[in-house]
Design a protein around this ligand. Sequence first.
Ligand code: NQM
Length: 373
Amino acid sequence: MPQEAPPDTVEDLVALPCVLMRGGTSKAAFFHAKDLPAEPAARDAALLAAMGHPDARQIDGIGGGHPLTTKVAIVSPSADPRADVDYLFGQVVATESRVDYAPTCGNILSAVGPFALDEGLVHAQEGRSVVRIRMVNTASYCDAVVQTPGGRVRYAGDTAISGVPGHGAPVELRFSDILGSSCGALLPTGEARDRIDGVDVTCIDNGMPVVLMRAADLGVTGHETPAALDADAGLKARVESIRLQAGLRMGLGDVSARVVPKMTLVSPATDGGALGTRTFIPRKCHDAIGVLGAVSVASACVVPGTVMEGLCAIAPDPARRLHDLSVEHPTGEFTVRLLMDDTGRAIAGAALLRTARPLFRGQVLVPATRPAP
Ligand code: NQM
């Protein structure tokens, strides 16, 4: 029987080394920067072909037909003395044949430490290893604490996160400098509350630019399912109109073709948490909530005067240095730990737990002849 040729000898397909990883409640194709074309247009053409475009189902690629499963991570050793590795995140917008590098992604970030250790970019320590990551998209930093008993990444464990079945080893993410990551200030409009299209909003950026609106102000409860909200064309049009105006006020410019700011409807908690959320990312409702999106939303709870006032179960309290805020979302909750400075009024850092694991290691095959978008 003839032997099948290994994939990298297939003449009209290019084989790109790739690890498919789950990070938190998202999935991404992970690449070493050295394995992708250096020129940005050629790199994006390869990524789009790998994920499958311009088809919404991504049938001719490995993307999952949903924003949360159409992500890429490009990792390389860092030249920055503050970091071990550089992490460039890309949100593939398959239907529009483009890769958006404006946001970073905190869920996928949780898989960067394990990937860097598995791939030998960082040497594992006994017990646990701290991987210092530069988030290239936002020029900010994160320390990821990964379990490495015996000097190898451990994926099994007893940490559960809402939105993912089962348990895994915890990856702790510690952020210290994400205030104003994309907009330059925690409150990019200079106000804790703005009024857009007759609706009170809070524009905030602690790792992710987010616009908070009270669900009730938009005629919904904020406890609807993502499918019900996605089917509400009138609501989505109102949210998009607010988003376009908020983008300008936040200094992000024309955001009509960008995936930031994210749009979060907030409501009183129903399950013992601090608040309820439904987040558009930005045109589809998230099944849970993004990591840095959740950090930004939680941050609004400790800033006086935001739309969270009177709605969040926890009021700002300058006597406290540490706040654990449970952000409820459609598939459970997400606890964000906010560290306050000595005055108790300014946010000094944030920390949270995720799980992550590799799903598949190999090569993704890209048609050699496919024209660039
Ligand atoms: O906000 C979804 C996700 C994200 C991004 C999105 C994220 C974050 O759940 O840091 O994690 O907002 O597009 O992966």
